[in-house]
Design a protein around this ligand. Structure first.
Ligand SMILES: O=C(CO)[C@H](O)[C@H](O)COP(=O)(O)O
Length: 235
């Protein structure tokens, strides 16, 4: 089974277990979420479900349009029943690193408005401690004019290295859906209290959001190499 198939089985399982008729559904971002939207579209079609989809990014909005799903927004649907989203890493306490795809701000806003945040991922995202597998660091979305002082403050406070994320098909930095930059903090060890770290980084002026999702995730599904799906629930 390929990694893509592992993502798909996790996504299908989550959509089958959590999407119900008349629900308000938060659509996450990334490559695994594509499978969740495909499954949702199948179910809407076959079961004639009524589901309103609130996107977490421009990518998610495009997926909603592509599959002819009903688009909602926080102005009209501020209370979301369930959001299904990917993650870059999930630890044993259900702390998440998100933002590998640069959509962490809207993802966290939508998750904070959701009764349940469900994560879908392949087996490589399943870790005991953050940083065990994901080596690209913790994304931090920042106001562009402040990226250098924020970079310096994070390394002074916690050590490690901070890199401005560069775009691939464009010269210069990644610019988020919100017009901001992304810093990736390569933390020096994995013995941090992540809740405390999240609070301290968020208080630096110019920081918009971090990719640390603490006490937000209700359940995670991991597609396994042999085609099964393992689950982890929040305590
Ligand atoms: O947080 C995210 C984007 O900001 C994604 O959910 C995360 O990067 C996982 O992506 P993928 O499903 O492609 O592995």
């Amino acid at each position: 089974m390929t990694l893509e198939q592992a993502k798909q089985v996790a996504a299908y399982r989550a959509v089958d277990e959590f999407v119900t008729n008349n629900c308000i559904f938060g659509v996450g971002s990334g490559s695994t979420v594509v499978y969740a939207v495909q499954r949702l579209a199948e179910r809407v079609d076959v079961e004639n479900l009524k589901v309103t989809c609130v996107p977490t990014s421009f990518q998610a909005k495009q997926l909603i349009h592509k599959y002819n799903l009903t688009l909602g927004e926080l102005d009209t649907h501020p209370n979301i029943d369930v959001t299904i989203d990917g993650a870059d890493e999930v630890d044993s306490k259900m702390n998440l690193i998100k933002g590998g795809g640069g959509c962490l701000l809207q993802e966290k806003i939508i998750a904070s408005c959701s009764k349940k945040l469900i994560v879908i991922a392949d087996y490589t995202k399943d870790s005991v401690t953050l940083g065990d597998h994901y080596k690209k660091g913790i994304p931090v979305e920042v106001i562009p004019m402040a990226y250098v002082p924020i970079k310096n403050k994070i390394t002074t406070l916690f050590g490690g290295d901070v890199k401005l994320r560069n775009a691939i098909a464009k010269a210069g930095p990644v610019v988020t859906d919100n017009g901001n930059f992304i810093l990736d903090w390569l933390f020096p060890n994995n013995s941090f209290d992540w809740e405390e770290v999240n609070t301290i980084i968020k208080l630096i002026p110019g920081v918009v959001e971090t990719g640390l999702f603490i006490n937000m995730c209700h359940k995670a599904y991991f597609g396994q190499p042999e085609g099964t799906v393992s689950e982890r629930c929040a305590l």
